[in-house]
Structure formats: structure tokens, C-alpha cells
Design a protein around this ligand. Structure first.
Ligand code: CP3
Length: 357
């Protein structure tokens, strides 16, 4: 901003953000990459299990701001990560739009199903999601007060396609069959669902930014099952629409996009969507991604979560190999997918030792 510029003197403080993750997102190549982990608040931590037991069930944990903030902070206390990610779930937006959502103990999410246009028509307008989601914004406000100033606060949402796969099937699926079936039976009708989710996600992420998120991440966990024009229409375009709207409303807000298992479609994804960073899953090699994806800007990733279960020399050598592969450009160290409940918490310390030296 010009006003700030005229104020700069020789003794002015370093204008670069103190938050290393924001510096990487702005395109800076740092000597040590900032690091956090997908699902860093989770069942591999005994303190998470204790707080979750106190909450009763997973959704109560998500909707109780004090407890959600507490589990968000637990991995930071243990490991000193460079970022905290809001504790919530990508499926809450479906519930806010009027779908039923519950978590079957030991199995995973369950939802009421939407398989045609009449189902889409029964959903609430996108502007009405805030009443259900208000506790999530409160969690963020608590976190802005609790976090050290060098720690970046990440808000998030699911990408429309991935959320739609759960809303059509009523649960997680291996091949996202019901969403593909709806799409093939009535492409226009399915697009109405994607459009409603796109608008709702703009509302939701925008409110997260107002509540204090420094960055937002869009999780498209099932992007890999879309090919060709379907990838363009249902993964790339909705993400681009969300990012354009967020940047218009909140100039300068950085966005991380995670089109998981996009493979060769990772190439050019940041430029095509306006994302500041592309998160990489562990099916792509870091060397390949450095040459084909990092050339366009910041990347995040991509250690296989299984290394935090198996540990040993491979954990250290793989971590170092990834750091080295991405050392020529902006990089945020992360896993290629979420840490699993059977991971050994000690292995996270070993990973951090290999990154930070
Ligand atoms: O620490 C963090 O990363 C923040 C919180 C977070 C959760 N889910 C908590 C959670 C985030 C960012 C998510 C995203 C999410 N949720 C995704 C996208 C990322 C991915 O993993 O691909 C998806 C697909 C979901 C939907 C979802 N939530 C599923 C399929 C499941 C069941 C699988 C499982 O791991 O049990 C969940 C439950 C869930 N979300 C848990 C956590 C910590 C485990 C619930 C528990 O405590 O019992």
C-alpha cells in the first residue's frame, strides 16, 4: 500500500511477515521450510483422545469452541509446528446446508443422500450456513488470541467435488461411484449441487478469514477420480471461483489448494486456479514436482504418512530427500495425506529433527 511505503525509513522494521509459513506462501525460499502436518490434531495423540472422550463424540468436539481450540493447540505444544489448522471437518458445510451428518463410531462419516435435482433444491441457500457454523468462527477467534505470533492459523474447507462425493453417497467410497452416477445421469443437475457448494464455501471461508484465519486451504481429497473435462469443470473451476471470490473480498489472503492425486494435472493447477500454493500428495515424486509444479510457486508436501508409523532410518532419509528436492524454491513441509492413528508420536520429533537439523 502506497501509504505504508512513504513511511518506510532506514530504521523501519523488516516488512516481511514474522510468520514463516506466510513468507513461503509469498514466494520466499527459506533456509528451513516451515512445517505442519495434515490431521496434526488426531487420534495418534493421547491428549487428543482424552479431550475427544470429554466432548463425547466427534461432532460435539467440532462444535464446542473451547475444546476444538484445545485440540488444535495440543500438537503445537508438543512439536512447535509453524502452523495451526482449525479443528473442524470438511463435511460440516453439508450439515449447514441442511443435510444430516453423523459419525459412525470406528467407521467414519454418514450423511443423508442427495442423488438428483430435487435433493439439491431441498438444500438451504448458501448465505444461510452461518448459523450452524458460528461455533467454528468462535474457535478461530479463540485461537487468534492463544497462538504465538509466529504461528500461522490455517482455516479450511472441502472442495465442492469432494464434499459432493459424501453428500451423494452418504459416506466415504472407494471410487466415488454415486457422485459419478449423478454427474453422468444429469450433468446440469449435478452442477447445481457443485454451484451451491461453491457459494456456501465462499461464505464459509470468508467468515473464517474475518474470524482470524491467516490462510485458507481447500481440500479436494477425491480430485484424482476426475478426468479430462470433468476435472476442469468439477475440480479446477470451482476452486478457481472460490479463490477469485475470496481474493476479491479479502485482498492478499493466501490460499493453498490440495487436488489430491491429481497426478499430471498438478502441473499448472496454481496458475489456473489462482492458488498461492499447491499441496502435493505422496504419489508424485518430489524431484518431478520441483521441476514441474514448484516452478510456478510455493508447494506443500509430501512425505508418505506411513513413515510416521514405521520410523527408522527411512523416515529420516525420506524427510531429508524431500527437503533437498524442494530446497530451490518456496516450500512448506507436510505429509502427502493425514497422519494416521497408528503413527508413533516420537516419529514426529524425528521428522522435525531431520527438517530443522
Ligand atoms: O488436524 C487437522 O488436520 C484439522 C482437522 C481436520 C479433520 N478432518 C479432523 C478429523 C481436517 C482438515 C479434516 C479434513 C477432512 N475430513 C477431509 C479432507 C482431508 C483428507 O483426509 O483427505 C476429509 C475427506 C474428511 C472427512 C472425514 N472426517 C472422514 C472420511 C473421517 C473418517 C476417517 C477417519 O480418519 O476416521 C473424518 C473424521 C475425522 N476428521 C477425524 C479427525 C481428527 C477422526 C475422528 C475421530 O476423532 O474419531
Amino acid at each position: 500500500m502506497p501509504k505504508e511505503r512513504s513511511d518506510v525509513t532506514q530504521n523501519a522494521p523488516d516488512p516481511r511477515p514474522t510468520k514463516t509459513l506466510l513468507r513461503a506462501l509469498a514466494g520466499e525460499t527459506l533456509p528451513v521450510p516451515p512445517v505442519w502436518m495434515m490431521r496434526q490434531a488426531g487420534r495418534y495423540l493421547p491428549e487428543y483422545k482424552a479431550t475427544r472422550a470429554k466432548a463425547g463424540d466427534f461432532l460435539s468436539l467440532c462444535y464446542t469452541p473451547d475444546l476444538a481450540a484445545e485440540v488444535t493447540l495440543q500438537p503445537l505444544r508438543r512439536y512447535g509446528f509453524d502452523a495451526a489448522i482449525l479443528f473442524a471437518d470438511i463435511l460440516l458445510i453439508g450439515q449447514a446446508l441442511g443435510a444430516k451428518l453423523w459419525f459412525a463410531e470406528g467407521e467414519g462419516p454418514r450423511m443423508s443422500t442427495i442423488t438428483d435435482r430435487s435433493g439439491v433444491a431441498s438444500l438451504r441457500p448458501a448465505q444461510d450456513v452461518h448459523e450452524v457454523l458460528a461455533p467454528i468462527y468462535e474457535t478461530l477467534r479463540i485461537l487468534t488470541r492463544a497462538l504465538p505470533r509466529e504461528t500461522t492459523l490455517i482455516g479450511f474447507a472441502g472442495a465442492p467435488w469432494t464434499v459432493a462425493t459424501y453428500m451423494t453417497a452418504g459416506r466415504g467410497t472407494r471410487d466415488q461411484g454415486p457422485a459419478h452416477a449423478f454427474l453422468q445421469a444429469d450433468r446440469e443437475g449435478f452442477s447445481l449441487l457443485i454451484d451451491r457448494l461453491t457459494e456456501a464455501t465462499i461464505e464459509y471461508l470468508s467468515a473464517q478469514i474475518v474470524a482470524g484465519a491467516d490462510v485458507v486451504k481447500i481440500f479436494d481429497s477425491w480430485a484424482g477420480s476426475l478426468k479430462g473435462a470433468d476435472f476442469d469443470d468439477f475440480a479446477l473451476k470451482p476452486t478457481a471461483t472460490i479463490i477469485a471470490a475470496l481474493k476479491a473480498r479479502h485482498p492478499g489472503i493466501p490460499v493453498i489448494a490440495f487436488p489430491r492425486e491429481a497426478g499430471e494435472r498438478y502441473v499448472g493447477f496454481a496458475a489456473a486456479t489462482g492458488a498461492d500454493c499447491v499441496a502435493l500428495d505422496n504419489s508424485v515424486s518430489a524431484d518431478w514436482a520441483a521441476r514441474h509444479v514448484q516452478v510456478d510457486g510455493c508447494v506443500q508436501g509430501n512425505l508418505a504418512p506411513s513413515h510416521l508409523v514405521t520410523g527408522g532410518a527411512d523416515l529420516v532419509s525420506e524427510t531429508k530427500r524431500i527437503v533437498k528436492a524442494f530446497s530451490g524454491g518456496p516450500h512448506i513441509f507436510n505429509l502427502g495425506h493425514g497422519i494416521t492413528p497408528d503413527a508413533d508420536p516420537e516419529n514426529v520429533h524425528r521428522m522435525l529433527g531431520a527438517i530443522r537439523g
